[in-house]
Design a protein around this ligand. Structure first.
Ligand SMILES: Nc1ncnc2c1ncn2[C@@H]1O[C@H](COP(=O)(O)OP(=O)(O)OP(=O)(O)O)[C@@H](O)[C@H]1O
Ligand SMILES: [Mg+2]
Length: 254
């Protein structure tokens, strides 16, 4: 599904990632952890071709297609979607308008308004989002937690096959976190989508049960492990732990 090889990413004349490689297969959940400012959001934004980030070396293939030849719109139509760390508000465009247009763009078909409305309302109920949100401007005036749920509505409606969740837990209270995490889990088991997750939240990890945890440090992934690696990081933090030490401790525990 996604193959990133020896990637170098530069923003504002600064090299953020170098020799960054990662492969994610269909239906897998991968977590990237690392200290603040290490480049986690950078990799997410690079995948969706944010023009602030230049790939100067290496390659990204998504469903067999070279991302360097595709636009954000094309990548999105292929099924990649991100819930960003701070979802932006778009004034003057309602959720319903955007979703109907996006669905008809993707399918090339006219969207039946009654069918659309029924499905959207059912999803709102499922994720505890008031139906009135369908007719609100995208994320406009919504609290941090409401924005995350609103983005989750987009996920269920647009049905991505590759989902990027950049700190989806930020802004969510304990109950909302459970609703969002369980809903993502349900979405993944229904669709077999792949997930790239940026988080350090133990509850989210417990619910989503990732296949792999990667530690991003010194511009690249220095260590890959299973869920136990997250527990080690939870206890020790990143500051005093080099990639090699994580490896030692990880092996000791096995
Ligand atoms: N558009 C940009 N212009 C200038 N610098 C940038 C830009 N985007 C990212 N950076 C810098 O790149 C580095 C990595 O940022 P990034 O947002 O990827 O970190 P992160 O690992 O997601 O951190 P956090 O855990 O705080 O979310 C930071 O030093 C940041 O200031
Ligand atoms: Mg970030």
């Amino acid at each position: 599904m996604l193959k990133i090889e020896k990637l170098t990413v530069v923003t504002d004349s600064k090299e953020i990632l170098k020799d960054f490689s990662l492969t994610i297969n269909d239906g897998e959940t991968h977590v990237i952890m690392g200290p603040n400012g290490v480049g986690k959001s950078t990799i997410c934004r690079t995948l969706l071709k944010d023009s602030n980030y230049d790939v100067t070396e290496g390659s990204i293939f998504y469903n067999g297609k070279d991302l360097s030849e595709l636009s954000t719109t094309e990548i999105s139509r292929m099924g990649m979607m991100m819930i960003s760390q701070s979802p932006i508000a778009i004034e003057g465009v309602t959720n319903a308008e955007m979703l109907r247009l996006a669905l008809s763009e993707r399918t090339g078909e006219h969207i039946d308004i009654f069918k659309f409305s029924k499905e959207a309302k059912a999803i709102c109920e499922k994720i505890s989002l008031p139906e009135s949100f369908l007719h609100r401007d995208i994320n406009n005036g919504m609290s941090g937690g409401e924005r995350k749920k609103n983005e989750l509505l987009h996920v269920w409606m647009l049905k991505p096959n590759f989902l990027i969740l950049d700190e989806v837990d930020s802004g969510l209270d304990v109950d909302a976190l459970k609703i969002v995490a369980n809903s993502i889990k349900e979405y993944q088991s229904e669709t077999n989508c792949s997930i790239l997750l940026i988080t350090h939240n133990p509850k989210l990890l417990e619910i989503l049960k990732p296949d792999y945890i990667h530690i991003l440090k010194d511009k690249r992934i220095v260590q890959t492990g299973d869920a136990s690696l997250a527990e080690i990081i939870e206890k020790t933090g990143f500051k005093d732990v080099s990639g090699e030490k994580v490896l030692e401790r990880n092996l000791e525990n096995e």
